[in-house]
Each structure stands twice: as C-alpha cells, then as structure tokens.
Design a protein around this ligand. Structure first.
Ligand code: ASP
Length: 436
C-alpha cells in the first residue's frame, strides 16, 4: 500500500476511534473505571504523546526547508530577474482570494442568520483576548535584524526576506556564487530526503492526533451552535471547491479536479495538525512534486501563503462576526461589513498559521467594529473542528495560487501536473513512483 493511502486510512481510523472514545466518555456505558483508563492512558496518554511528537517532527523541518529551498528558488529566479513580478502577483492573488472568502462568508451568514433566535446563549460568556499586533508593527517586523533569531523563532516572513536576499546575492556573485548555489542545491536534496524519512511515520501521527482531538470534542456544543457550525462549514466547502475551481479554470485553464486529488495528502496533514505552518514541508513537496510547480515559484509562494494567506480563517471570521452581531442584537451596517473585510484580510498577514490563531484575529476584527469580545468565548466551543477544516482550506488556497502564478510565469511542469502516476509527496524523495 502506498504511503498516501495509508495516511488517508489512518485519518479515517483516527476519526472513528476518536468518535467511539468520545461516545464512551460522554455516555459512560462502560463505567467510570474503563472510561478513566481510556482517558488517561490512551486519549491523553499514548495518542497525545505520539501526536505531539508527530507535530514536532513536522515543525522540525519547516525552517531548514523553507530557508534552503527558498535560497535555491530565489537564486534561480534572480537569473531571470522576475522576483518583483512574481511577488506582486502572488501577494495580490493572496489578498484578493482572502477578501473574496470573507465576502462570501458575510453573504452566507447574512442570508442564513445563524445567530438569530440564539440570543439566550450570549448570557454571561467572558473572554480575555490576547493582544494582536498593530499593523505598523507587522510591517516593520517583516525585516529581520538578526537572521539567526528569525530562524530560532520560526518567523516565516523574516526568513523569507533573508532567503530572498541571499538567493539574489548568490546569483550575482559569479564563480563563488555558483559554488555556494551548488552547496545549497545539494543541501536541499538532503533536507527533502529527511522529510521523506519522517513521512514514513506520518500515518501513526495522523491517527494519534485525530483520535486524541476528536475524542475531546464537545459534540453537545456543536449541536448547540449547529447553525453557526454549518454556515462556516458550508462557506468553507463552497470557497474551496467553488471559488478555487473557478479561479484555477479561468486564470490558468487547468483541471481543478486534478489539483484537489493531488492535494489530498497535504489536506489530510493540514486537517490533522490544524497548522498551515507545520504543514509547509508537505504542502511544498506536494505542490512541487505532484502539481509540477517549479521550485523557484513554490519555494516562495508556499511559505508565504502559509503565513499571509488564510482564506478559511477569514471565512470563520466573517461568519463569526455576523453571528455575534446577531447574538447581541448589534447592527454593524454596510460600513461595518467593509471594515470586517479590510481588517480580516490585513489581520491574516501578521499572524502565523498555527492552531487557533484565527480566534486572536477575530478579536481584532470584533474590536474594529465594536462588537463584544465575549462572543469569542461562545464560538470557541466549536472552534477546533472548524480550525481543522479551515486549515485544509488555507493550504489548498496556497496551492491554487502557487499553480496559477507558476502557470503564468511559464514555471509549471505540465507533464507533472497531468501525470496521475505521481505519488512522490510522501513516498520517497526521488519523484516518480507508480501508484497501485
Ligand atoms: N489553524 C489555522 C492555520 O494554521 C489558522 C486558524 O484559522 O486558526 O492555518
């Protein structure tokens, strides 16, 4: 069985076991002793440990992979001096898709009114927001003062700036530059191999993470907030399969179905980790090796997207804002909605893709339009599951934009995109491998 298949099976098994444990925990059919054994030794014991080790092993690869891969990419790019055009197109597409996502979310929430009739639960919820960074700070912080510090902290935007600069300088340094470029190209191969080695353990990690998280979900809260939950989910699916398909078809003429199929393993990773940052190694490999986006484009667009492009998160914020305004009976009006679109789009630039960060951004949005922050405490109850789904949407958005940009720059390997036998993402570092 190919590793991709194993990972998908692990996801299904993890969800199933999680659901069973959740049921046992809430219904107590097997008695307190068995339930407490399951909780302490499996859910919060074995599964928790394996899941956390799995996330650590993914995160471990993020900084070296982004740095080295982007230096190689920037080096290749600078030779054709296309960096500016490429960056412009990418950022523009990221911002436009995010604004479209949040507009779609607002529209659906206004039509379906998830908060109307729910005013009673607004009651005495309270929430203590963590401060979100002001925009000026975000802009200044893109420029590193110390590359080692940026890497130590995993500050993706700073790492991107440093790698772009270094790649550019390498390409302008003649013979010494060529030697350094050769070294980084070799190092890139080695790091990709490391990712492949770690991927062998991915099915266990995916299983443990999902079994752990699903077992802990409060399904009764989801039932209580079912309408909100369904509107967010509906908007996420519509954006992922409707808007992205349309964009891909219109702007590049490529088959969306093929892209979705090939992105499947990366979506499973994003879903189980709820972190687009931790998923970067898998997204990058998938986009390059399966979709055929050249490294010089993908090494820039994927890490950047994981940091600044969060369409799924924007959707949650759109629906949540309308939901909370209905809950508290506060009308925010057209200006309010426009403010939401602008704030949510900008907020996504400054926050890294890690679990639950969407709620911090939501605090920023609510504050802008004068809605009570306590509303966050209410939606928080159902946020984990939505976080998983929206993270999968976030990285799908990154891959769609990467593919569109690559196609427009003549950097999409069409034979790879069309080839159905490409299974290299998680199977090995070499590329071609027949699927069974
Ligand atoms: N978990 C999301 C991500 O990493 C961010 C969020 O919506 O909280 O992309």
């Amino acid at each position: 069985m190919g590793l991709t298949k194993k990972i998908v099976l692990a996801m299904i098994a993890g969800i199933a076991v999680g659901l069973i444990f959740n049921f046992l925990d809430t219904s107590q059919v097997l008695g307190a002793r068995v339930t407490s054994f399951i909780n302490s030794y499996l859910t919060n014991g074995l599964f928790d440990i394996v899941g956390r080790i799995f996330i650590a092993s993914l995160k471990l690869m993020v900084v070296p992979l982004v740095l080295v891969s982007l230096i190689c990419g920037a080096c290749a790019l600078s030779e054709g001096s296309r960096v500016g055009v490429l960056a412009g197109k990418t950022v523009l597409l990221y911002l436009v898709t995010t604004a479209a996502a949040i507009s779609l979310a607002l529209l659906l929430a206004i039509v379906f009114q998830p908060g109307v009739g729910m005013e009673a639960i607004a009651g005495d919820a309270s929430f203590d927001p963590k401060p979100s960074p002001p925009l000026s700070e975000v802009l200044v912080n893109i420029f590193p003062t110390n590359p080692v510090d940026a890497m130590a902290k995993g500050n993706m935007l700073q790492i991107i700036v440093f790698a772009l600069l270094m790649g550019y300088a390498i390409s302008r340094s003649g013979k010494p530059g060529q030697r350094v470029a050769g070294f980084f190209n070799d190092l890139n191969e080695v790091i990709l191999r490391m990712v492949s080695v770690l991927m062998v353990f991915a099915p266990y990690g995916v299983f443990a993470l999902l079994a752990n998280k699903i077992a802990q979900l409060g399904f009764d809260t989801i039932l209580l907030l079912l309408k909100y939950f369904l509107v967010v989910l509906g908007a996420l699916l519509l954006h992922a399969f409707g808007v992205y398909s349309l964009l891909l078809k219109l702007l590049s003429g490529l088959s969306p179905l093929k892209l979705f199929k090939k992105m499947r393993p990366a979506m499973v990773f994003a879903f189980s980790t709820a972190s687009s940052a931790a998923t970067i190694p898998v997204t990058l490999q998938t986009v390059e090796k399966r979709l055929g986006v050249d490294n010089k484009v993908a090494s820039f667009t994927v890490p950047l997207g994981a940091t600044i492009n969060m369409d799924g998160t924007a959707i949650m914020q759109g629906v949540a804002t309308v939901f909370i305004s209905q809950l508290y009976g506060i009308e925010i009006g057209l200006m309010g909605y426009l403010t939401v679109i602008l704030t949510a789009t900008l907020a996504s630039i400054g926050t890294a893709g890690v679990p639950g960060v969407g709620l911090i951004m939501l605090a920023m949005v609510l504050q802008q339009v004068g809605l009570p922050l306590e509303g966050i405490a209410i939606v928080m109850g159902v946020d984990r599951l939505l976080d998983m789904v929206r993270t999968a949407v976030n990285i799908t958005g990154d891959s769609v934009v990467s593919t569109i940009v690559a196609k427009s720059e003549g950097a999409l390997h069409m034979d790879t995109f069309k080839d159905d036998n490409y299974n290299s993402v998680v199977d090995n570092g070499e590329g071609r491998r027949a699927t069974s």
